[in-house]
Design a protein around this ligand. Structure first.
Ligand SMILES: [Zn+2]
Length: 367
C-alpha cells in the first residue's frame, strides 16, 4: 500500500488543479478509482466532483476532500521523507489518504463509504454546493483538511464578504478642492469598520473574535484625475456567537455616523456571500471513532482544533444535519505557502488512522 499511496499522491500533485480548473484531476481520479482501486458507481457530476463508493450496508460514511488548490504550480519533489508540491498539505494528501483508506476496506464489511473529491473549495464552494444539490446522503462525514495527524478540527469560523462603494464627482487632479477624493473617503469607511469590529472582539482570542481584512481596492481612471469611485472588498471572519445578521448589523452600525453626515459622499454597502460558523460535536460517534483511532495508533490523546478559516464542513454539516468532523495529515500553517510539503510517515500514518476510524465507527454502532 505504501508505494501505491506515495505514487498516487505524487501523480495527483503533478496535475495542476487551481479552483475552477479541476477537469484533468477529476478525470484522473475517476479513472484510478474505477479501474484500479475497486470503487463502484464512480461518477463525475456537473461541478466536476468525483463520487464513488465501496462496501454496502450501514453506516453510510461520507469521506470528502477537495481536489482544487490555490493558484501557483510548484515543482513536485518526492524525497525519502518529504513530498513537496502545491496542495500537498491543502489538501491532496488528505484526499488521497482517504481514497486509499476506503479502497483498502472494500471487502471489510464496515458499511458503505462514499468518497467525494470536490472542486472549488478554495473558491466559492461550488463543488460542495453541487454535491448537496445532487442529493448526497450519509449518516456521518469526515472532511479531509490538514489538522496534523494527532489533531482533529472541530470548529471553523464563519465568513462574510462585503463590498463598499464610495462615489463622488471626479475632478482634475490640479483642483482637488473642487470635490472629495473617493479613495480617501473609502478608507475612512474601512477604518470605521475595522475599528468597530476590533472593539467588539477586544480581549477575545483569534478564534473567538471578529476579524476584518481589506482584500481589494478598485479606484482611479487616470493619473491626473481625482477618483470619483472607490470600491473595496472586505473579508470578515466571525465566530459562532455571531449570526450573519449580527455581523451585517454591526458593519452598518460602524459606519452609520459617517454616512449620516450630509457632506459624506454617496456610499453603498453590499453584503455578499456568507458561510456560517460551524462547531462539530466532540462527543459524536464519528469524532469519538476518530479520536479512538488516534489513541490506538499514536498512543496519545488527540488535540481538538478550532480554526480561524472556513471549510466545506461549514456548508455540508448544517445542510445534511449529520455529525461531521475534519481531519487530515499535514501542518496547516504550510497551506497556501511556497514551502508546502508533507512528511511521508505522517501521510502514511493518516491512512492507517482513517482505516481504523472507519472500523471503529462500525464497531461502536454495534455496541
Ligand atoms: Zn483546504
Amino acid at each position: 500500500m505504501r508505494d501505491l499511496a506515495i505514487s498516487l499522491l505524487a501523480d495527483s500533485l503533478r496535475i495542476y488543479s487551481p479552483s475552477k480548473k479541476e477537469g484533468s484531476i477529476s478525470k484522473f481520479l475517476m479513472e484510478k478509482m474505477s479501474n484500479e482501486l475497486g470503487y463502484q458507481n464512480v461518477r463525475v457530476d456537473a461541478a466536476n466532483n468525483v463520487i464513488g463508493e465501496v462496501g454496502v450496508g450501514k453506516p453510510v460514511l461520507l469521506l470528502c476532500g477537495h481536489m482544487d488548490t490555490v493558484p501557483g504550480f510548484q515543482p513536485v519533489r518526492v524525497k525519502k521523507d518529504l513530498v513537496y508540491g502545491r496542495g500537498v498539505v491543502d489538501a491532496k494528501s488528505s484526499l488521497i489518504a482517504m481514497i486509499v483508506a476506503a479502497s483498502s476496506l472494500k471487502e471489510a464489511n464496515v458499511g458503505r463509504t462514499i468518497l467525494a473529491a470536490v472542486t472549488d473549495e478554495e473558491g466559492s464552494g461550488s463543488g460542495i454546493k453541487e454535491l448537496i444539490r445532487g442529493g448526497i446522503s450519509a449518516d456521518y462525514a469526515i472532511f479531509g483538511e490538514p489538522s496534523g495527524v494527532q489533531s482533529i478540527t472541530v470548529g471553523y469560523k464563519g465568513r462574510m464578504s462585503i463590498k463598499i462603494t464610495c462615489q463622488t464627482s471626479p475632478v482634475h487632479a490640479s483642483a482637488p478642492w473642487m470635490s472629495q477624493n473617493a479613495i480617501e473617503k473609502g478608507l475612512e469607511v474601512w477604518s470605521a469598520i475595522k475599528t468597530h469590529l476590533g472593539k467588539l472582539s477586544n480581549g477575545a482570542n483569534r478564534y473567538a473574535g471578529l476579524t476584518a481584512c481589506l482584500t481589494r481596492i478598485r479606484a482611479g481612471t487616470a493619473e491626473n484625475v481625482m477618483p470619483g469611485t472607490c470600491q473595496f472588498s472586505i473579508d470578515v471572519r466571525y465566530p459562532s456567537k455571531f449570526t450573519s445578521q449580527d455581523v451585517s448589523r454591526e458593519v452598518h452600525r460602524a459606519v452609520n455616523s459617517l454616512l449620516e453626515n450630509p457632506n459624506f459622499p454617496k456610499t453603498s454597502i453590499e453584503i455578499g456571500d456568507s458561510t456560517p460558523p460551524f462547531e462539530a460535536s466532540k462527543s459524536s460517534t464519528i469524532t469519538r471513532a476518530l479520536a479512538r483511532a488516534i489513541i490506538q495508533t499514536r498512543k496519545v490523546k488527540p488535540i481538538y482544533l478550532h480554526k480561524t478559516g472556513t471549510g466545506d464542513m461549514n456548508i455540508l454539516g448544517p445542510a445534511l444535519k449529520i455529525p461531521v468532523v475534519t481531519y487530515g495529515p499535514g501542518n496547516p500553517h504550510l497551506s497556501h505557502t511556497s514551502t508546502e510539503c508533507i512528511e511521508v510517515e505522517e501521510y502514511l500514518l493518516s491512512i492507517k488512522i482513517y482505516i481504523q476510524a472507519i472500523k471503529n465507527l462500525k464497531a461502536m454502532l454495534k455496541d
